[in-house]
Design a protein around this ligand. Sequence first.
Ligand code: 3HC
Length: 311
Amino acid sequence: EDAALAARFQERVDAEERIEPNDWMPEAYRKTLTRQISQHAHSEIVGMLPEGNWITRTPSLRRKAALLAKVQDECGHGLYLYAAAETLGTAREELVDQLLSGRAKYSSIFNYPTLTWADIGAIGWLVDGAAIMNQIPLCRCSYGPYARAMIRVCKEESFHQRQGYEIMVTLARGAPEQKAMAQDALNRWWWPCLMMFGPPDGDSQHSDTSTKWKIKRFSNDELRQKFVDATVPQARFIDLTLPDPDLRLNPETGHWDYGTIDWSEFKQVLAGNGPCNRDRLAARRKAHDDGAWVREAALAFAAKRRARAAA
Ligand code: 3HC
């Protein structure tokens, strides 16, 4: 690879210039962005499954309308991100095949079950809250199509987080059974949400290059800390207890120190042994097969139109 081109590229990144699809870029930059953006897209699409599970069982029409809107938004985020990933040269069919074959990852968080209605509140509040922490800096990512996709996504994400927190406020201030349901959901979602930010910086394989290329603006641990600092007061405001006995405000740093994360659980989930990994992939494979007729019809229609245009 021409060293001069690589040096020129780094100068552009250092000068905060946006890299666009037709610009020269190191193959490793293309590869790591295709990896991250496509896995981000997979996360949005798979993320529809745990939430979709409750659309027919919401406690009110208002909650149903908000959850429907959120799940539709996630689908749109996924399609937006596949389109951004395709600008790097890999066809969507190939990206989708990587997910369906189990070769590509999606966010660990979506391998947990949604057992009660309170889980929908916890997901909006915590999972989308974590996603916002991670996606706001990505609006300043060096790769143009990804950064621009994130600006649109973040606007919708704040609605997701707010509607989730409102569910938790309602439950926490409701009957004792409702508060217990909210506390149970917090207990089950808190630690997996901390794992969403990725392994500790020392074990992060991509952080160095992603930081050098201004894909990653904050490290995994920095974003994790931001999330904890923002969320602890929110839990306390509704009198819910975070399931971490080691949690304490550090007077020197002003940050909330938290307990030890069980990284063996994280590794198990990434290895495909989480509570719902098999169900999630089975559901995606079935949806893909059930949708084959739509893809075939679209291709047949496109061929007909080409034939008519050529006639
Ligand atoms: N789940 C699954 N895999 C994870 C993970 C997680 N929570 N965290 C890290 N990993 C994987 C990485 O993909 C990488 O594996 P790979 O080489 O096969 O891709 C490996 O663990 C090492 O981790 P690194 O820290 O080196 O990887 P990254 O530098 O890519 O950092 C990341 C991980 C912070 C998740 C980064 O990829 C990122 O910012 N991705 C974009 C944001 C994203 O995907 N968020 C997921 C949630 S999307 C969402 O929440 C939708 C919302 O609407 C609810």
